[in-house]
Design a protein around this ligand. Structure first.
Ligand SMILES: Cc1ncc(COP(=O)(O)O)c(C=O)c1O
Length: 317
């Protein structure tokens, strides 16, 4: 099968030198937070491919799931509205009287939201979306299901692109490592596919922000395997290339901790906004990790997520 042609609506993003913290390692930031506004961050790269696949299949609606402040859900809703599709969301949690951040945008764009309990979400989100899709099909609709975080072999192509964008810079500057957040694994899988395909010699370090290294190892290898098979990529992933780092989740998913918040406030003084769910934990984790390694130059992938900060206003200030 040929590679899917993406619906290109986001621009290439710059890689900037970052001097806002003192480290022995030179830091660069890949500014994927600057690739747009409503459609922005890592989810936009994945959705360029997912929406292309949905449109190729003549679908008229998108179904996806996530937590109430999911950046992925917001980006999916905006993509759906841009391209004239109806967005359906299954959100983990309870409806709230006051909607802010990503949820406010989802509601403003009139996403069709169903709230489900955490236990149903964790045990049956895939089945729940499939059953709902069947109901829509019976009504004559053509839904397209996007998995949590847009993380499958199609979404991952967005980060294969990102690796291509960075290839020249990585080679010219002799970059030793990349750091990115791992929340559903698609970003990491795409970067790993890109590194292998382009034969780049650098570490890709993924800071996990939920679950376990074992869980993500299996999930990421599966996404890569499926991409290699489906798109006939002439590569083999070496499991030893997976460098997933635990220890920075803190008390749990989307629960910030003091050292992380201190980092977010410090970095904000340089005009870069990190958020407490993904990029705050990852940046803090990177600063700790580079102390133990002999890297001269690293790139932090800023995966976006600006709107979620509005749901953390009390704790951030
Ligand atoms: C802002 C942000 N950064 C990083 C991630 C993690 O990326 P991935 O889900 O591809 O592992 C997510 C979503 O999960 C996100 O919303």
């Amino acid at each position: 099968m040929k590679l899917i042609k993406p619906k290109k609506i986001i621009p290439r993003t710059p890689i900037e030198k970052f001097t806002g913290v003192k480290t022995k390692t030179e830091l660069f930031i890949k500014r994927d937070d600057l690739n747009g506004l409503l459609v922005s961050g890592n989810k936009a790269r994945k959705l360029e491919y997912l929406i292309a696949d949905a449109l190729n299949k003549n679908c008229d609606s998108l179904i996806t799931c996530g937590p109430t402040q999911s950046n992925h859900c917001r980006t999916t809703v905006v993509f759906a509205r841009y391209f004239g599709l109806t967005p359906y969301l299954f959100l983990r949690g309870k409806p709230k009287k006051f909607s802010n951040g990503n949820l406010l945008i989802n509601r403003l764009l009139d996403a069709k939201i169903t709230y489900i309990t955490p236990s149903r979400y964790y045990k049956r989100r895939i089945e729940t979306m499939a059953e709902f899709a069947q109901k829509l099909i019976k009504k004559g609709k053509k839904p397209y299901i996007i998995p949590e975080g847009g993380s499958n072999e199609i979404g991952a192509l967005g980060y294969l692109d990102c690796m291509r964008e960075m290839e020249e810079f990585i080679k010219n500057k002799k970059i030793d490592a990349i750091y990115c957040a791992v929340g559903s694994g698609g970003t990491y899988a795409g970067l790993l596919l890109g590194k292998t395909l382009l034969n780049l010699h650098l570490d890709i370090n993924g800071i996990i922000i939920c679950d376990t290294v074992e869980y993500f190892t299996e999930k990421i290898l599966k996404i890569c395997e499926k991409a290699i098979y489906r798109f006939n990529l002439k590569i083999k992933i070496n499991p030893k290339d997976l460098k997933l780092i635990a220890g920075f989740v803190g008390p749990g998913y989307a629960i910030p901790y003091p050292a992380e918040l201190k980092t977010i406030r410090k970095i904000a003084k340089s005009g870069i906004i990190l958020e407490p769910v993904y990029t705050g934990k990852t940046f803090y984790g990177m600063l700790q990790d580079i102390k133990k390694k002999n890297y001269k130059k690293v790139i932090f992938i800023h995966t976006g997520g600006i709107f979620s900060i509005f749901s953390f206003n009390k704790i951030l200030l």
